[in-house]
Design a protein around this ligand. Structure first.
Ligand code: PEP
Ligand code: MG
Length: 866
């Protein structure tokens, strides 16, 4: 393309095919001009035109004369003449959107004949410094093309002396002492200067294959410091933190110093200027379909757009709210909104984020595995017991109750510690270990760092000793590496309700398709959150979490310690009241939606006190509570319950087989709660789920009961009948199903389906047992495997091929026997966008994820479906 491309003058319009020749910067300027925003006018010389551009200044003038006149007319200024002569900038416009390697040349037109007029308008110091900037840029271009080493040396010397000169006199004397190094007309003839700069670019482009197609852009410059009618400033088209639909920015009258920290608020600009800025902002947002940054100048009362750009570090909330405003204005579609937001960014809205400035001077320890995203600050404690005491004391003294639990690993008994802490730091395990799983469900921060050494009352990370009670700050971002800062930073608290998230979720829901998102929730608080985020049910209520409350744990422990069924039943009768209330609340909150309640899964010893001190306290408490066990009996029973391999041990349905009274109590509590709600006019939908089933006989026994040697072991269905008859209300719609979390269960799925109304794939355990890797110890060798590329990602996040095969096999076999079987997935894998396609294609009905994971999972599903 040989013609020049003029823009910004007189409503000039440029055709799209012509635009391509303008290079990336030129294209941007031309497109903006086409939007009718007051971009400074200019002209682009495409690469092809430039390559044949005349050397001779007079010949060059004949080509540039007409566009320059048009630019002068738009700017109401003359190049090289008048009180405020027009100045220009000349920049490379590369074909690709990359940073230019060549210097931009600003203030072209500034020379002996124009400088005095401009100095009296804008100040001597300013204009002479800009003059040195112009000449040094020309020297830098000269250096790119110069071949002679001697001349190169002289040019460098000139440039350095010019850069060091600060005042008019010293600048003048440097220019004089180097006169002869550049053509004299550069300092006296504005047009010659312009033609010379264009020639330098042409020569520089010809030297490099990366620039030979580049165009150049010549554009008018404006000055916010020209007179009292002038100003300059910047703005964001929406608030970059809150996302409010307001112009956020400031302006500087008279001068614009980027280092000046406080300009005047935009609201104090005259209203017609503010309206123009509003109008420009709208046009830019509508064009780019996002929040933009704008730099503007008002010169002699006239407003100009100087620069504009994308804002990569805007908050997730600002991104969402801007997109929703664009949707309301009809600028973008729902699909665009859904496609644009990265699912992981939603975690910023759901969790506190770190104020980066608050930790800039702290020791920073980078590394580790993200367990649950967010940021947390608090005093660190190395045991749940000590953390609970510290919390109580801080509460009583009215002091800061922000605490962080740090332990090698956590167990069910530590849930209460994680609950009151802001975050949890552990050294064993990984993403699917206890601490991260619990933290995610409670919306707490979690990080795993295998390199922590715990020693009595200190932990050592990377050679740094952190004592119990010291403040630390945890930052676990979604997309980058976690960090620990030694000291207390500050946080920005999330406000999901005002963030636009709920509105976004409504839009997302239109594209979710058949698959549903359920919540892993066991507390009313989680259930409320799940409903807020539009969960279609609770997919996993882990009932073991319900016994760790301070008011219950010891009763539960007494039940475990008791040797005889009679004592156990007596204690269970007592716990039964609490459980009924638990289920009543959950079913009521989720009225009309399925609530999948998993009967006790954890190995019993997990409920016993961990460590000598905790055991001592427990023994003392048992005595106070007048329990009949001796210390020896307690210790002996605890010893008996210990297992070498608890994850493969006495847990799940195996507890139901050995201690049917525990499952009986839970089942009765579920039906009593549900029938009570029925009588009150609610529509409870309990779904009882049995964990760790390996074959159909186990499930049949627990579901239907069994008569053996004259003894009748009650099944879930017997208990339902008994409660129904006792309470005499309307019949209840309930289901009994199982988790599929052992390879044997997956392969037995056809037979198992005879006794299961639903399957829920527990891919945490299924991954453990398929690959023979422990979700708690896997980290010890995971990094070696990653280094050698031996696994496709973290198996506790990414569903591995053989786990997928087992899920597919089970789904197929289950459906063959029971075509209307409902199937879901409740392992941690459900929250990972990468697994969603497989889950949908396998025909599962839902994924169940922690309440905080619901928005992320929903957005990921919607994106996959588009
Ligand atoms: C699972 O194993 O995938 C599961 C959801 O159960 P849990 O994590 O409680 O063992
Ligand atoms: Mg499991």
């Amino acid at each position: 393309m040989k013609e020049l491309i003029l823009f910004g003058t007189d409503q000039h319009h440029v055709e799209p095919d012509v635009l391509e020749a303008a290079g990336s910067r030129g294209k941007r300027a031309v497109s903006l001009a086409d939007l009718r925003v007051p971009v400074c006018p200019g002209v682009v010389i495409p690469g092809e035109a430039l390559s044949v551009f005349p050397e001779n200044a007079t010949a060059a003038w004949s080509i540039l004369q007409k566009p320059l006149h048009d630019i002068e007319a738009s700017m109401e200024k003359r190049f090289g003449e008048g009180d405020t002569p027009l100045l220009l900038k000349v920049v490379e416009s590369p074909m690709l959107n990359v940073r230019s390697a060549l210097p931009s040349v600003h203030h072209v037109g500034l020379c002996n004949t124009t400088i005095d007029a401009l100095a009296s308008a804008m100040g001597e110091t300013f204009i002479w410094q800009e003059y040195t900037f112009l000449i040094t840029s020309i020297l830098r271009l000269e250096l790119v093309i110069e071949e002679s080493e001697t001349r190169k040396k002289q040019l460098k010397e000139f440039r350095e002396e010019l850069q060091a000169a600060k005042r008019k006199e010293s600048i003048k004397s440097v220019l004089e002492s180097f006169s002869g190094l550049l053509p004299e007309q550069i300092f006296s003839e504005p047009f010659f200067q312009l033609a010379y700069v264009v020639r330098l670019f042409r020569k520089a482009f010809a030297l490099s294959p990366t620039t030979e197609d580049s165009a150049i852009m010549i554009q008018a410059m404006v000055y916010g410091n020209l007179d009292s009618q002038s100003a300059s400033g910047y703005l964001f088209t929406h608030h970059i933190i809150t996302g409010e639909d307001i112009l956020q920015g400031e302006f500087f009258s008279g001068s614009f110093d980027e280092n000046e920290t406080s300009g005047a608020p935009l609201a104090t600009l005259p209203s017609e200027r503010l309206e123009m800025l509003q109008d420009i902002s709208r046009k830019l947002e509508d064009h780019f379909k996002e929040l933009r940054w704008i730099r503007f100048a008002i010169e002699g009362g006239k407003l100009w757009l100087v620069d504009q750009a994308s804002v990569p570090d805007k908050s997730a909330q600002a991104e969402i709210k801007t997109l929703l405003d664009l949707l309301r204005r009809g600028t973008v579609t729902e699909e665009h909104v859904i496609r644009t937001i990265k699912p992981g960014r939603l975690s910023e809205i759901l969790h506190p984020t770190l104020d980066a400035g608050s930790v800039s001077s702290f020791i920073t320890l980078e590394g580790g595995i993200a367990g649950s995203v967010g940021a947390a600050i608090g005093r660190v404690f190395f045991s749940t017991e000590r953390l609970v005491v510290a919390h109580r004391q801080a509460q009583q003294a009215g002091e800061d109750t922000n605490l962080i639990l740090a332990m090698p690993s956590t167990f069910a008994g530590d849930v209460k510690g994680i609950e009151i802490a802001q975050g949890v730091l552990s050294s064993e395990g990984g993403y699917a270990s206890h601490a991260p799983v619990v933290a995610r469900s409670l919306g707490k921060v979690a990080m795993v760092r295998p390199d922590i050494t715990f020693r009595d009352d200190v932990m050592i990370i990377d050679g740094n000793e952190i004592k119990e009670g010291d403040f630390i700050t945890l930052e676990v971002p979604y997309y980058t590496t976690p960090r620990i800062f030694i000291g207390a930073g500050s946080l920005t608290k999330p406000t999901p309700e005002d963030s636009g998230l709920l509105e976004l979720l409504e839009i997302v829901q239109h594209k979710i398709g058949k698959i549903e998102v359920h919540a892993n929730a066991d507390q009313p608080r989680d259930a409320h959150l799940a409903k807020l985020f539009g969960a279609r049910g609770i997919g996993l209520c882990r009932t073991e979490h319900m016994f760790f409350d301070e008011s219950r744990i010891n009763r539960f422990r007494y039940m475990i310690i008791a040797q005889d069924e009679k004592t156990r039943t007596m204690i269970l009768d007592d716990l039964h009241k609490d459980q009924t209330e638990d289920f009543y609340q959950l079913l009521k909150i989720m009225d009309g939606l399925p609530v999948t309640i998993r009967l006790l899964d954890a190995p019993l010893h997990e409920f016993l006190p961990q460590g000598d001190a905790a055991m001592k306290d427990f023994v003392a408490q048992a005595k106070k509570d007048k329990m009949k066990f001796t210390k020896q009996e307690i210790l002996a029973r605890s010893q008996l319950l210990r297992e070498f391999n608890p994850m493969l041990g006495h847990r799940g349905i195996r507890i139901a087989i050995s201690y049917p009274e525990i499952y009986r109590m839970q089942t009765r509590a579920i039906f009593e709660a549900a029938y009570k709600l029925k009588a009150e006019g609610f529509s409870p939908r309990p779904e009882i789920m049995i964990p760790l089933v390996m074959n159909p006989h186990e499930l049949k026994t627990v579901r239907n009961g069994k008569r053996i040697e004259g003894k009748h072991i009650l099944g879930i269905r017997d208990i339902e009948r008994e409660v129904f008859q006792r309470l005499q209300t309307e019949p209840l719609d309930y289901k009994v199903g199982t988790m599929i979390e052992l390879p044997a269960a997956a392969l037995n799925a056809g037979e198992i389906a005879r006794y299961a109304d639903f399957f829920s794939f527990g891919t945490n355990d299924l991954t453990q047992t398929t690959y023979g890797i422990s979700r708690d110890d896997f980290n010890t060798f995971f990094s070696d495997y990653t280094e050698l590329d031996l696994l496709e990602g973290n198996p506790f996040k990414m569903l591995q091929p053989q786990v997928r095969e087992l899920v597919q096999t089970a789904a197929l076999r289950g459906k063959m026997v029971r075509p209307d079987i409902t199937m879901g997935l409740c392992g941690e894998h459900g929250a990972e966008p990468e697994n969603i396609t497989f889950i949908q294609e396998t025909g599962l009905d839902y994924v169940s994820v922690s309440p905080f994971g619901i928005p992320i999972a929903k957005l990921a599903i919607a994106q996959m479906n588009m």
